[in-house]
Design a protein around this ligand. Structure first.
Ligand code: HEC
Ligand code: HEC
Length: 294
């Protein structure tokens, strides 16, 4: 009995030591400081830019998917093993961390994935938003700063042991700022279809080859993404693709499951859906040898 007790104490000490090392090491990595140069830009005030900004926040960039329809934010993950992560209130109302932000602060957060204090933002998909043009980025901020202020306070983030272990093992890329090409922000220019695929999260969920499969960072049990590359959507026409992105219905009548954000792609224009379709059919993806780079 005594031997067993001592063994158990030893076991607890090993666990405590491992957890201590894990928390210490990840705390260092999580607090990495990013010094990014932002571009000298000005906020547009015309109504066309505001309308474009709303389109970017909903149909294209889908901010409302995570930050909620009123942009007031919500508890995004609440899990003992993974942690507690919120999508912050973006409206500037009471409880919002963005009140009084300069345009450079927005740029750092949205296109670089970095907070005003230079620390990395977790999960916020800057690896996609780094491709926003200056015009779309400034229209987006003009729109966000024009929405009604929401009074919603949400606590700060904490990461659980599982998220930390997966992160250290390279299985959970928590910080987009680690992969954003900071010096290229604002210098990209892509054809429409490719722009919509890059900034719209198609690659993030459907994979770099768009062949689908398990979505990185999603909890177990999440439906895998479908194959939307040239070897997928066999016998689909542009009309079928349009119906799927607008109504969530496949040609066989089945419904696209979450997290496919078809309620947001529903707001893409006919011309945008056609550009996306032609791009997906072209197979000219960044992962392709000889495909577009940067
Ligand atoms: C996949 C979910 C997701 C999407 C989509 C998303 N965000 Fe976020 N965003 C987050 C999370 C999570 C955080 C908090 C990160 C943290 O606490 O480290 C965040 C943080 C932010 C912040 C920083 C606020 C602060 O506290 O410093 C801004 C600004 C922001 N998001 C703007 C946007 C905009 C604009 C869009 C659309 C173009 C967008 N987000 C889309 C998940 C998302
Ligand atoms: C947040 C993750 C996510 C994003 C972002 C996303 N998808 Fe999906 N998509 C999915 C999932 C998951 C499925 C499979 C749904 C199911 O099994 O019913 C899917 C299915 C589809 C389908 C149905 C294909 C078929 O053969 O069944 C199409 C078409 C599609 N997505 C297009 C797109 C396009 C285009 C984009 C970018 C504009 C995009 N998706 C962005 C997760 C996503």
């Amino acid at each position: 009995m005594r031997r067993l007790g001592r063994w158990f104490l030893g076991f607890l000490l090993v666990i405590a030591g491992a957890l201590g090392a894990l928390y210490g090491y990840t705390a260092l990595r999580f607090n990495r400081s990013y010094d990014v140069a932002t571009r000298p830009l000005t906020l547009p005030t015309d109504s066309a830019s505001l309308a474009r900004g709303q389109h970017v926040a909903t149909a294209i960039g889908k901010c409302v998917d995570c930050h909620t329809a009123d942009l007031g934010g919500k508890v995004f993950i609440d899990d003992k093993a993974l942690g507690y992560i919120v999508t912050p209130n973006l409206t500037g109302g009471p409880g919002s961390p963005v009140a009084g932000w300069a345009l450079a602060d927005w740029d750092r957060a949205i296109r670089h994935g970095v907070r005003p204090n230079h620390r990395g933002l977790a999960i916020m998909p800057a690896e996609e938003y780094q491709y926003f043009t200056d015009a779309d980025f400034t229209a987006l901020v003009a729109y966000i700063t024009s929405v009604p202020k929401v009074d919603r306070s949400l606590p700060g983030r904490t990461f659980g042991p599982m998220a930390r272990a997966l992160y250290v093992a390279g299985k959970l890329p928590l910080f987009p700022a680690e992969v954003v090409k900071h010096d290229s922000v604002g210098r990209h220019s892509f054809p429409e279809g490719e722009y919509l695929a890059r900034t719209g999260g198609c690659f993030a969920c459907h994979g770099v080859t768009l062949a689908g499969g398990a979505i990185v960072g999603m909890p177990p049990g999440t439906p895998p993404a479908a194959n939307i590359s040239t070897t997928g959507m066999i016998n689909w026409t542009l009309a079928d693709f349009t119906t799927a992105l607008r109504t969530g219905k496949r040609p066989d009548g089945s419904t696209l499951k979450a997290p496919m954000p078809w309620k947001l792609t529903a707001n893409l224009t006919d011309a945008e859906i056609e550009a996306l379709w032609n791009y997906l059919r072209s197979g000219n993806y960044p992962s392709q040898a000889g495909g577009p780079k940067s």
